[in-house]
Write a protein that binds this ligand. Structure first.
Ligand SMILES: Cc1ncc(COP(=O)(O)O)c(C=O)c1O
Ligand SMILES: [Zn+2]
Length: 414
């Protein structure tokens, strides 16, 4: 594939210049729909699957389908995450794409590596992002790697561990109470100083920077390759703006068109608000705002409105949106940790709770090949999402004291 030459509207295919990520598609806005743009590449020969080499050992081995070459990448070795098997979610063995193994312990590194590489290549003076957590941490790390300043606008309730993580990379983290205010400030800085925005920065929400979203196509390439080019029946992931959902759909769609794989997996959006579920049940293009009475403990995916790009990815993959309650997430999170040795961020547990529910309703059938995306590590929200930092009882250095403590504190009697 050759270098990208333009952006185009996901909804109406109107063509825009490559630097137009700071605006909404005018035609779609006039229809009352806020649609993100996506990177367009000039038509080129169908790539040969055999051309893939195993070097470098990162998502940049797919650089012929990304906006830049591996040689120009700001990279920390992201991607190429393992696929492991877990049981216990009402379906039998389930395959898990473990994105907590990425350099900043979340899937957002896929977006950040491409976005920051692009920013560096165009000479942007700084990286800027509006983020409650993982996207900010990833932007901060890759900005540090690129030698660029990074400004993260977050909010007061952001998870403590992630804010510390952002600061550790030298990012300048500021809390701005309201989302709309964060976006207004960011828009002004983008317009006046040319800061490169990796996140959404104007509303109604459309999703993140389309250049960065290209990085999520590699999730699809990796899943297909790890499945022997025989893609799963289902791919399930927690959804906020639907950046990864759309990027994965685009990656699978490319491979179907190239003849690399025989089918598009059905994509499942595990959400908190119900906005995408309402959109899938109705006819309107734009997912509605669905208010909640209280904040979810899954802060990373706690938005009240889905995006057009997420809705489009679901419609075009015969997909499903499923709305989950905090209790579902806590149950799935604890089951994963104690039953499978996987400590996940509470938001990430949504994908597993979705498998449980969809299997119980016989939507996911026994024998279906299911891949769940584990988006981030449990270390991210310890102490925030109802997981109190857990101490350990003191014992004296003798077996009697140890056995007593095991019995009293852990109900483990030898
Ligand atoms: C852990 C985690 N999972 C899932 C998501 C959903 O991201 P998106 O739908 O925007 O790709 C986020 C977003 O912040 C996240 O932090
Ligand atoms: Zn449009």
């Amino acid at each position: 594939m050759t270098q990208p030459d333009s952006l185009e509207c996901i909804r109406c295919q109107q063509v825009y210049p490559l630097d137009a990520y700071d605006r909404l598609c005018a035609a779609c806005s006039a229809d009352g729909v806020s649609s993100n743009l996506t990177v367009a590449y000039p038509d080129a020969a169908v790539p040969d699957r055999e051309m893939l080499t195993h070097s470098p050992h990162s998502l940049w081995r797919y650089d012929q389908f990304l906006p830049l070459a591996a040689a120009d990448a700001v990279t920390l070795g992201e991607g190429m995450t393992p696929m492991i098997s877990v049981d216990g979610f009402g379906h039998g063995p389930l395959r898990v794409k473990d994105e907590s193994r990425n350099p900043t312990w979340s899937f957002k590194d896929r977006l950040a590596t491409v976005a920051v590489s692009w920013a560096k290549s165009i000479g942007a003076p700084a990286i800027a992002t509006s983020s409650t957590g993982n996207a900010g941490a990833a932007a901060a790390a890759y900005a540090a790697r690129a030698g660029l300043p990074c400004v993260v606008l977050t909010y007061k309730g952001a998870a403590g561990a992630i804010v510390s993580q952002m600061r550790s990379y030298g990012a300048m983290v500021l809390t701005v109470p309201a989302m709309d205010d964060r976006w207004r400030v960011l828009s002004a800085a983008v317009a006046q100083f040319g800061w490169f925005p990796t996140s959404p920065f104007f509303g109604p929400a459309i999703g993140s920077n389309p250049i960065g979203i290209e990085g999520y196509k590699t999730l699809a390439y990796e899943i297909a390759e790890q499945s022997g080019w025989n893609p799963p029946d289902w791919c399930i992931l927690p959804v906020c703006y639907g950046d990864a959902l759309y990027g994965m759909w685009k990656g699978f769609d490319e491979m179907v068109r190239w003849g690399w794989i025989g089918k598009m997996p059905r994509l499942v959006a595990a959400e908190i608000s119900g906005s995408l579920s309402a959109a899938m049940a109705g006819k309107a293009d734009m997912p509605p705002v669905v208010s909640r009475n209280s904040k979810s403990i899954a802060g990373s995916i706690d938005v009240t409105q889905g995006t057009f790009q997420a809705h489009a990815a679901l419609r075009q993959s015969d997909g499903i949106a499923i709305t989950l309650a905090d209790e579902d997430l806590v149950r799935a999170r604890n089951k994963l940790a104690t039953g499978s040795g996987l400590s996940v961020e509470t938001s990430s547990a949504a994908a597993f709770a979705a498998v449980d529910t969809l299997s119980a309703h016989d939507v996911i059938r026994p024998g279906d090949d299911v891949v769940a995306i584990l988006t981030a590590s449990g270390l991210k929200d310890f102490g925030v999402a109802g997981i109190e930092p857990q101490g350990a009882p003191d014992v004296t250095p003798d077996l009697e004291s140890v056995l007593r403590a095991l019995g009293e504190h852990y109900d483990y009697n030898v």
